[in-house]
Design a protein around this ligand. Sequence first.
Ligand code: FEO
Length: 391
Amino acid sequence: MQPVQIMPKVYWVGAIDYQLRYFHGYLTPRGTTYNAYLIVDEEAVTLVDTVKKPFFDQMLERIRQVVDPECIDHLVINHVEMDHAGSIPSLLQVAKNARSFISPRGKKALERYQAAPDKLEAVPTGHELKTGKLTLKFVHTPMVHWPDSMVTYVPERKLLLPNDGFGQHIASPERFVDEVGYDKVLEEALKYYANIVMPYGDQVKGVLDTVRELPIEMIAPSHGLIWRSHIGDIVEEYTKWATHQTEKRALIVYDTMWGSTEKLMYALRQGLEDKGIPTVIRSLQANHISDIMPDVLRSRLILLGTPTLNNGMLPNMGEFLTYVKGLRPKQRIGFAFGSHGWGGQGARQTHEAIEEMGWDAPLPVLATQYLPDAQELEKARATAHQLADML
Ligand code: FEO
């Protein structure tokens, strides 16, 4: 298990998790990495972040290839979530003299999760730590994506260590974005943003303002590949996502019981295609909710279809709406539709959920009883024309 020198004096010493498929509700078909970075300067050796607990030995072995782990002087804790902080107690049993640096909110959280290290210092934002030739500057980034979050910047190397920011869940033997390919990494960075960071767009905007003021030649996140190329591109994408910019395209998310809601769905899609609107269809029976979120992030128009079951929507739609409400996408046009036998509450409750999320809901629910007839399908197509004209 080799470390990788990512620039002079700075080494990747993290762990690769090829097995991970589920990350608190988010499917991760490509696995992930937990990236930790070792900075070996003339006056001090610093480890920035650790790894998930079961991977401690992997990290320690990589550190050992560079320095004796007992010689680590500083531990920087950018974030206390367990995928990064889980190995702190084990690390500090080896690096007995290390001083740890954390945000004040991080200190409070860490004290709840595990016995706080003896030499734990809460640092204010902007605090600088000299390690010899290099400086570590700590900038608090609360709610990107936990209250404790902070980033570490090394001005002499133009290196940003933003923890979860700019991360992606990809396990691979490569360490850099350009070795894997920008398009593949961007796809996972988008999925990561849509499923984890999206609720905090306003806070991300603040971080991006700070990032734009800094000269940056490398962004080394705590998951996935390291950005030494395409830095302007990924900052631009993050800016777009954080400001809720969407594309002129439609997403239809639906479930169906006996095919009637699905018939409505196809009529709506036909209407959108008539108007030249790129439209993605995601059946809730065929797609995991976390796999739909990249389409939610990109699409301005979102149509949600469900029949009525037991005076409500189908459970799949309830699960999807719970997830989407938590991730808080903004500035969308929403529309609800569905078939019913008698009550019709499913589509109506979906319409109410759209309004609760603060999306525009310019048209009433499209509801049909039992099987939609030709006239109702034509109405669905005309309704889609109206929605397309609003984009
Ligand atoms: Fe990768 Fe918020 O932990």
